[in-house]
Design a protein around this ligand. Structure first.
Ligand code: BTN
Length: 256
């Protein structure tokens, strides 16, 4: 059982998570928060669920997470200053997860474009950012995060082998302090991203070990090979192919 008091004691934020909603079960925390509701309208609201019946990952994949063992939650972002620069939010969120895992557990993390968090090449967490618009403007955006904490067996086949904090450390860890640390770091990194977005990208790139490597990028309709040259200021992957530089907006990256 998630102990709200323990969590609250470790939460040091001004805004993120101050409106905290605990749910035993929802279809998906992202879907819930994307819908307007009197409980869910405040910027920084966090919806945490012990169980998701329709948890979603990137590219319409299912996000599998055993009940009550992990962290599955979403953060509502409605402040216009963040909605104007949504590309950076992927980097803010994944960096915050990586920094939190390193600070609390001294595990070395690696970031995989666009937003996976790996330990020893295995996926420990993923992020799904979704939004709704009014006219041409984004009105609500949610940052959904799934972190494998105390789950140790993963039954299905995954494109990247999964792991959890418990698997890597060899002992269970406390979800309450882990969630508080993540939200504390998100708030700090979000604030920095507003003033110095280039600093976020630099910190992110320092944790991305694929830059400079020969890679394959698989997207819906096409597979491309080349050198992972860089991430540009918009957060897109710059791929050096034989004859040119290409800017890719999405895809699954693997080292050749
Ligand atoms: C991915 O790596 O494919 C992204 C996974 C994102 C999963 C989280 S769990 C909380 C939130 N609610 C969802 O339905 N998905 C995200």
């Amino acid at each position: 059982m998630f102990d709200l008091e323990k969590f609250d004691l470790k939460l040091n934020t001004d805004v993120i998570g101050r409106n905290f909603i605990y749910a035993e079960e929802v279809p998906s925390t992202n879907t819930e928060l994307l819908n307007e509701s009197e409980f869910y309208n405040k910027h920084g609201t966090v919806l945490f669920a012990e169980k998701q019946t329709e948890g979603r990952g990137r590219k319409n994949r299912v996000w599998y997470s055993d009940d009550k063992l992990n962290l599955t939650f979403s953060i509502l972002i409605t402040e216009p200053k963040y909605l104007q620069k949504i590309n950076i939010l992927n980097f803010v969120a994944s960096l915050a997860l990586a920094v939190s895992i390193e600070n609390l557990y001294q595990l070395r993390t690696e970031l995989k474009w666009p937003n996976d968090i790996l330990i020893e090449g295995k996926k420990v967490a993923g992020i799904l950012i979704e939004s709704t618009s009014k006219g041409s403007k984004i009105s609500r955006l949610v940052i959904g995060m799934g972190l494998n904490v105390n789950q140790i067996s993963f039954q299905r086949k995954f494109t990247t082998e999964p792991t959890s904090l418990k698997k890597e450390l060899g002992h269970p860890v406390e979800r309450e302090k882990t969630l508080a640390e993540i939200l504390n770091n998100i708030e700090e990194i979000l604030n920095t991203s507003n003033k110095f977005p280039e600093k976020i990208l630099e910190d992110w790139k320092a944790k991305c070990k694929m830059i400079g490597e020969r890679i394959t990028v698989v997207s819906v309709d096409v597979t491309k090979h080349g050198i992972f040259n860089d991430i540009d200021k918009n957060g897109f992957l710059v791929l050096r192919t034989e004859d040119k530089m290409e800017t890719l907006h999405s895809g699954d990256v693997s080292i050749l």
